[in-house]
Every structure is written in C-alpha cells, then in structure tokens.
Write a protein that binds this ligand. Structure first.
Ligand code: DX5
Ligand code: ZN
Length: 219
C-alpha cells in the first residue's frame, strides 16, 4: 500500500486556505486532512461544508474529512455533497455505528472509524470489514500542536495485526503530534497514512518538511 501524507489544514492560515492547500500538494502531500470540530463533541470550533465546497474548486486531491461532531449523521450528507472523498467519525458520537458507515458509503465516500487514545480496539469488532480506513488518534482530539502519546505505538502495531488478519485493503491512519522526528517510528509500528498539522504548517518550508517525513517513512 502506498504511503500517504495528509497535512491537517487545522494549522494552516485560514485567510489563505486555497493557497496553503495548493502549496502542500505541490510540496508532495497526497491528501488534505479536513478537521471538523463542533464545540460539543470537542471543545473547539472549526470549519464546515461551505469551506470544503470552496476547496473542492481549487483541488482534485483527495480530501479526508475527520468529523469531531456529535451527532454525526446529519453532517455526513452535507460533507459528501460538498466533495469529501473520505469521511471518518468517532464511534461514541454515533448511536448506530454500522448505520453511519452505511450512510457514508451510500453517499459515494470512503468510510473511516476514529479511535481516541483510550478507545479500545474492540470497537472495530463486527465493523472492520466495512471500513476503508481506521484512524488512530495519538492525541486527544480538539486541538493541533499537542504532543504525540508514545503509549500509542503498541496500539498502532496491534491495529496493523487486526487489519492483516482481516485480509482487506484497509488504511491505517495516525493523527496527532506526528513530526519528522517520530514519523519513522509510527511507520515502523504499522501506519500507512500520516496526518500532520503543526509539524508541516508550522515549518518554514512545507515541501522540505514533507520530503523529510517521506525519507523517514521509507528508511
Ligand atoms: C486533532 C486533529 C488533528 C490535528 C493534528 O483533534 O484531529 O488532525 O490537527 O495536528 P498536529 O499534527 O499539530 O497534532
Ligand atoms: Zn484530524
């Protein structure tokens, strides 16, 4: 499976968002990670479907929408219509996880399930085969720029084993505190899709940072 780097635009300059997105894509990013926070499921508020629709006009790159909202289902249709390629959600924010997965797929999007640091892998029981992606949070959701929780490395490895056992083509994405310094270890633990916000948008040369990340992943 190809290694995907998905910059989180949470740490981008929102006044120049289209330009920021095109700069990271020109600099070697594969996807754009779009963090949606509702001030309810997480104590922070970000961007909604109209912003996604505007970005959809300036890029054809895959946009991966990470919903940190509760409830989930009402917003799935809006983000699908706005041009999301993949939509992930947190199981505790949906009353019927299987139904939400089906809803995402019925709108023509790929579906991802997100596990918070303390969420057990057992939430994947009975739903894993329907997923296109599992997202492991390596910080508690809500803010960019937090420190990577080192204790998540064995969880990444355990999730990789579950995906291998399923025999399916499911991506393993890691989100939170990913940097040039730790991305090699995250890759070795078994991740194939890497979200990084502050490490990329907080650097002076996005392309150089993405290149350095890819070198660590490939090492
Ligand atoms: C956190 C978000 C992340 C965040 C990552 O709730 O889901 O995507 O933007 O930012 P960094 O890479 O700075 O931890
Ligand atoms: Zn995210």
């Amino acid at each position: 499976m190809s290694m995907v780097i998905a910059p989180s635009i949470l740490s981008a300059d929102f006044a120049r968002l289209g330009e920021e997105v095109n700069t990271v894509l020109a600099g070697g990013a594969d996807w754009i990670h779009f963090d949606v926070m509702d001030g309810h499921y997480v104590p922070n508020l970000t961007i909604g479907p109209p912003v996604l629709a505007s970005l959809r006009k300036v890029t054809t790159a895959p946009i991966d929408v990470h919903l940190m909202v509760e409830p989930v289902d009402l917003l799935v249709e809006m983000f699908a219509n706005a041009g999301a390629n993949l939509i992930s959600f947190h199981p505790e924010a949906s009353r019927h996880v299987d139904r939400t997965v089906e809803l995402i797929r019925s709108k023509g999007c790929q579906a991802g399930l997100v596990l918070n640091p303390a969420t057990p892998l057992s939430v994947l029981d009975w739903v894993l085969p329907k997923l296109d992606l599992v997202l492991l949070m390596t910080v508690n959701p809500g803010f960019g720029g937090q420190a990577f929780i080192e204790g998540m490395l064995p969880k990444i490895a355990a999730t990789r084993r579950l995906i291998e056992e399923s025999g399916r083509d499911i991506r393993l994405q890691v989100d939170g505190g990913v940097t040039v310094k730790n991305i090699g270890r995250v890759a070795k633990a078994g991740a194939d899709t890497f979200v990084a916000g502050s490490a990329i948008f907080g650097s002076s040369d996005y392309a150089a940072t993405i290149k350095a990340m890819r070198a660590e992943i490939d090492a």
